[in-house]
Design a protein around this ligand. Structure first.
Ligand code: LLP
Length: 429
């Protein structure tokens, strides 16, 4: 079900014309579909229903309060990686008893904050962290649940900058160290060591890395149980892919059909931490063409008012995002091959760029795009995850507003920043 569709040559989000939203809120603007978010959440929930599963939405993918509130209302827990994300999840109405906390560098302050709020589980990434939690918990008399995050040394074949489960990555604990910790677990009386956690990278386009990791971990679970530990939770992290190009990709049931039998064999409850799968294709970034420019060397630039500070994925990971005019009588192709752009009458090859003073401020190079003029609106697709949440104020650019569409209604869920917002907190000396 696609919540972003063209009708009568104009793009709709659910039942609202995107151009109507934009005449109200301006550009650049993130526009999200509530229906899409809820549908994606329940697609995962349904696929994994056969075992007791807790879905913890990965707050880093989109941390807007209204988005978190919406998902909390659907029953979601949260995966957080900082005190700030924990604050957001709680502020949005998230149930602390469904919050898991990962990250290699949790500070004293963050650990205390999480303990005070009785979160569900700490995903622990080093012996030093385990010792620190044991000490802090001992002071409070609490016995928090802990999962060891295992680094299974598996290549999930993602972009080098988003792979996390290889031995050279900073994340998790390798098997030898994990076995040592398990053998000495009686040294940590203030901890309930009851789970194992992996997160392999993102996005992962096959089930194989999950299967491979779980097969390696089954042996470790047996060793835990032999050592007297009551292991009850297997957290398989996030990484579930979405289609950025329109091509078919694997679906929740494809993941579930291979992952569930292994989790059943482990006799564990399942925890998963999806971010991109829920939000990625639930949001678009709308930008306006400021100028077009043609060089004597035959380069054609479309210069728009969104930039790498608003959506950094193309600049950071060479990520492909589909881009098409909001108003056009030319149909967006069903599938795009990033390496083979198709041009025809009315469609030329252009570079779509932002105004930031960096050569990497490019959304697309040699991209097939219907001809556009100053003032036209462009939609940048698949921008709901790791879009706004990775935005910055670089070049002193106020960040865009965020809009949530619900049927024929829409709401501004984050105001556009102002110049005053840019200097808030700064002092003259
Ligand atoms: N759990 C942990 C421990 C994670 O580190 C992540 C993402 C997730 C869950 C959620 O992964 P997802 O389901 O969204 O794939 N900025 C990059 C992605 C970085 C992902 C970092 N960790 C991007 O824009 O592609």
């Amino acid at each position: 079900m696609d919540m972003f569709e063209y009708r009568n040559k104009t793009l709709l989000c659910e039942k609202v014309k995107v151009e109507d939203i934009i005449s109200d809120v301006g550009t650049p603007a993130y526009v999200y579909s509530k229906n899409s978010i809820v549908t994606q959440y329940h697609a995962l929930e349904t696929a994994f229903r056969a075992v007791d599963t807790l879905i913890c939405f990965s707050v880093k993918s989109n941390s807007n309060l209204s988005i978190c509130k919406l998902l909390a209302g659907e029953g979601s827990g949260f995966d957080v990686v900082s005190g700030g994300e924990l604050f957001r999840a709680i502020r949005a109405g998230g149930d602390p008893s469904k919050i898991v906390f990962a990250g290699v560098g949790k500070t004293y302050q963050e650990l205390r904050y999480a303990l005070e709020n009785d979160i569900f589980m700490f995903n622990v990434e080093s012996l030093a962290e385990l010792e620190r939690i044991n000490t802090l918990a001992g002071e409070t008399g609490k016995i928090p649940k802990v999962a060891l995050r295992i680094n299974p040394d598996i290549d999930a074949k993602t972009h080098a900058k988003t792979t996390t489960g290889k031995k050279e990555n900073k994340f998790g604990i390798d098997f030898t160290e994990a076995e040592r910790i398990i053998k000495q677990s009686m040294m940590y009386p203030s901890i309930d060591l009851c789970g194992l956690h992996v997160h392999l990278g993102s996005p992962i386009y096959t089930v194989d890395p999950y299967v491979h990791a779980l097969k390696k971990i089954v042996t470790l679970i047996n060793k835990c149980r032999d050592a007297g530990l009551d292991i009850r939770y297997m957290n398989i992290g996030g990484g579930y892919c979405i289609s950025y190009t329109g091509e078919n990709v694997i679906q929740p049931q494809d993941y579930a059909s291979q992952i569930l039998p292994l989790v059943k064999e482990m006799q564990c409850n399942l925890i998963m931490e999806p971010g991109r799968f829920i939000m990625g294709n639930s949001g678009i970034l709308i930008t306006r063409v400021i100028y077009t420019k043609e060089t004597p060397h035959g380069k054609k630039f479309v210069i728009c008012d969104a930039a790498m500070n608003d959506l950094v994925r193309p600049a950071l990971y060479d990520a492909f995002h589909r881009i098409w005019p909001v108003n056009t009588n030319i149909k967006m192709p069903k599938v795009e091959n990033p390496d083979k752009p198709v041009t025809k009458k009315g469609i030329g090859l252009v570079d779509i760029v932002g105004p930031v003073c960096e050569s990497s401020d490019v959304f697309a190079t040699k991209r097939a795009l219907p001809s556009v003029r100053e003032g036209d609106l462009l939609a940048i697709y698949s921008a709901g995850a790791y879009g706004f949440s990775m935005s910055s104020n670089y070049n002193s650019r106020p960040r865009p507003c965020e809009v949530l569409v619900d049927g024929d209604q829409y709401h501004v869920i984050r105001e556009r920043e102002t110049y005053e917002d840019l200097v808030r907190g700064e002092n003259f000396v």
